[in-house]
Design a protein around this ligand. Structure first.
Ligand SMILES: [Fe+2]
Ligand SMILES: [Fe+2]
Length: 274
């Protein structure tokens, strides 16, 4: 695992960075708007859990935190474009921020860590979707934004086992299996729920200038791509991640992930490494 000094220049980046699948891009933009809230939450929870983690996990936790902090900063830079374009995302972001504040105040560490593990389970499934199942959806993407997503998902794949191992090390495997699965779905529903709310804000503004026919086409395109994404990720979460013997360390690394990680290290340099 490495913390790469990825620093992207979004000064010429486009909001509509995927002309063939504008709704897919806007759904990802919606999710991106939540990452600067979600990733600091992951970091806070993992830092709390660190005190209870075994010695051999300490280094991985440090690197995990380093990677998530960089994701957060780069998504926040991209998200500025969304605010500047006038998408009123603040109300949905405030709602998400409050839910994380409440979780940190009122929920147990077990609940919060299982939530983080749930989110981290989703990351590699999304990486498979991007890299192996539907790479054609990325054709014609705008450079800095494609790099942002592919680098982020590659590092999500790289650190996929940290929260899982941490949860198992602290709470044990056998009695916590069902709780882990339940929290995985809770995290997935909350994340997609947020993504859809943010998407609605964005797409409603985009559709203001569309003709009735274009609006209809836009709805159809979204239904198709969202159904495909949900079917793939949700299906694999049932088929793989709910297995009693699920272990993210055993997931096969896509070749494109290895390529991206090496490219990001070479292009931007490495801050910290295991
Ligand atoms: Fe991340
Ligand atoms: Fe992550």
């Amino acid at each position: 695992m490495q913390v790469r000094k990825v620093d992207l220049d979004f000064s010429c980046a486009k909001i509509h960075w995927n002309p063939r699948e504008p709704e897919y891009a806007q759904l990802l933009n919606g999710l991106s708007s939540g990452f600067p809230l979600l990733e600091p939450f992951l970091i806070k929870v993992v830092r709390q859990a660190r005190a209870l983690a075994p010695a051999h996990m300490q280094r991985d936790i440090e690197l995990f935190v380093g990677q998530e902090a960089r994701h957060d900063v780069q998504h926040a830079k991209f998200n500025k474009l969304l605010y500047e374009a006038g998408y009123d995302l603040q109300p949905v972001m405030n709602k998400l921020a409050r839910s994380y504040e409440r979780a940190l105040e009122k929920r147990s560490l077990k609940f919060n860590l299982a939530y983080c593990d749930g989110f981290e389970t989703f990351g590699p499934m999304l990486a498979y979707f991007f890299f192996e199942h539907a790479p054609e959806l990325m054709a014609g993407w705008d450079e800095p934004t494609v790099y942002l997503w592919l680098w982020h998902l590659s590092e999500e794949f790289e650190h996929r086992a940290v929260c899982f191992e941490l949860y198992q090390a602290i709470y044990g495997d056998t009695p916590s299996y069902l709780y882990r699965c339940g929290m995985m779905w809770y995290a997935m529903i909350q994340l997609f729920g947020y993504g859809l709310e943010a998407y609605k804000v964005i797409i409603t503004k985009d559709r203001e200038t569309m003709t009735l026919r274009d609006r209809l086409r836009s709805r159809l395109r979204f239904a198709k791509v969202f159904g495909r994404l949900l079917g793939y990720v949700g299906g694999h979460m049932v088929k793989w991640c709910m297995r009693r013997d699920y272990d993210p360390r055993k997931l096969a690394t896509p070749r494109a992930v290895t390529w991206f990680l090496e490219d990001a290290s070479r292009r931007y340099g490495v801050l910290d490494s295991a």
